[in-house]
Design a protein around this ligand. Sequence first.
Ligand code: ADP
Ligand code: MG
Length: 634
Amino acid sequence: MTKETYSFQAEVGKILDIVAHSLYSQKEVFLRELISNASDACDKLRYHSLTEPELLSGNGDFAITLAVDPKAKTLTISDNGIGMSKDDMIDALGTIAKSGTQAFMDGLKDAQSDGEDAKLALIGQFGVGFYSSFMIADKVEVVSRKAGDTDAWRWTSNGQGAFDIESATREERGTDVIVHVKKDAKEFLEVLRIENVVKTYSDHIAQPVILKASKDSEEDKTLNSASALWTREKKDITADQYNEFYHHVGMAFDEPWLTLHNKVEGAISYTNLLFVPSSRPFDLFHPERKGSLKLYVNRVFITDDCEALIPGYMRFLKGVVDSEDIDLNVSREMLQHNPAVAKIRKALMKRVLNELKKKAEKAPEEYATFWETFGMVLKEGIHEDIENRDRLMELVRFKSSSVEGWTSLKDYVSRMKASQDAIYYISGADAEAAARSPQLEGFRAKGIEVLFMTDPVDEFWMPAVGMYDEKQFKSATRGDVDLSKIDGDSDDKDGDDKDKAKEDMPAGMDALTAAFKIALGDKVKDVRTSSRLTDSPVCLVAEEGDMDMHLERLLKQHQQIDQGSPRVLEVNPKHLLIMNLAGVAEKQKGKDALLDDAAFLLLDQALIIEGEPVLDPQAFIRRMTEVMQKSMPT
Ligand code: ADP
Ligand code: MG
């Protein structure tokens, strides 16, 4: 039979034109596309053979082979899948009517206004199916024999407007795509390059991808794992296989802390095989970090950088999500707004949070290790993900002034004192630093628990959330904490001990605070007596409406603010030193050098315990020396 020549459909012409004129760096995606087509062809035949087993003619071992002919400068991708008849070829390789490439054309319309780069990005990221072979080929031949047919056909084109079809021979069913590699794409005739591309993009193609030996001395080599692990039944997968896959997909070396493998069928069908690592990756807080969650569409790798698939606060997750309900040819930008992706994300979030909840309830110790590893990341979600906020609030854990290990908010609330109406917290660089805070003394004395907020992110979600279980979060280091209203462990019987506190106030206390205020001037916002302290003479607190001191410190460290607002100096009226000073103030009735020095020395003490520099090191040392000298026996 003679050769027949056909014109490409106009749209195909356009695609080929873009492909041919693109100098895109990601040309290797052509191989992903051709292997994916070969794999599809095998899947199709497998499916048809369910009802027509004779189509297999005894050979049900599907395989994809790659063969390089360095002399002819060809790379041939062969499969023993369903094959194509003459009409199939004209239809499938001459038009884009049926193929997902239509979506590419739609995307192209959008990209038109964005210029050449956007178009190229579209091809690079998603390929344009079969036609992407023309990125690296000056001629492509397709020889195919359809399963069940005896005749074979050859399709040939140089990608310029037209293709030829003629009769051919092929021993068995299947397809060979013979790519005549262009001069500037010789790399795709190199075994190592091919191997690398297959590993990167097609590792989980279910059929083996075999590289044919090019010399007699060599052996054929299977390049991929040849099984999409996540598509197998859970019961057929061993723990070792899961771990191995986790290492591969997550580039990790630890064991997964949690493995979630689910097949979901419904309005949107997808499979997820997700892992929560057991150790923290070094780059968890690098802004440029890419996620380790790979998105597949029907076992074809799409991207490992799909922000829309998983929120930032779940960036510790690794693994694979595979769905057939996402358009393969959708661009990465469009993926961000893809409704299918959004639905999958929502469902994934729910599942992961549920699993975490289960762990937290059933295996609190295991959950604690997770929390120590990723808690500070999960907390970001409270701030960001309003929809899941309540779930997240059940999952957060804190160290506290009253219990060993970690506590939940629910447990904290269950331990609250009868008349306590707020959840008290204190911020610090870590639990130890927080525990040392003098502001906790009064809380400790009354047995009132204080949560330790030790992650910078705490300063953001807490103001946003404000309360839990209708109880307000209140900083132990901010003004207006009135512990006298709360019946503590120590002085239960006293009823309203506010009046009692008044009575107990040593004489001269008002004179002392007034004298301190005058001495310190604008170095402090105010000087007050404290109900927070038992052992320490003084502490600093922030005025009620002001920024938390810890947050202020953080912002200063990151040069977000240069100057904090002045604090309130609280003095402990039960402390002997303060009582003695009050006595002095009472007698002196006004300004006194001793009171001045005491005011500054005490303020510096309070700063030191906060981990902050003293006001003026030289003045501090001078005063300190003087006081010591005075106390020396003469
Ligand atoms: P898509 O794979 O999205 O359908 P492609 O451009 O990659 O788009 O392929 C177009 C069509 O060509 C396929 O749908 C299929 O019908 C046919 N085809 C391509 N490669 C093969 C092959 N190896 N075996 C059988 N059919 C193929
Ligand atoms: Mg394809």
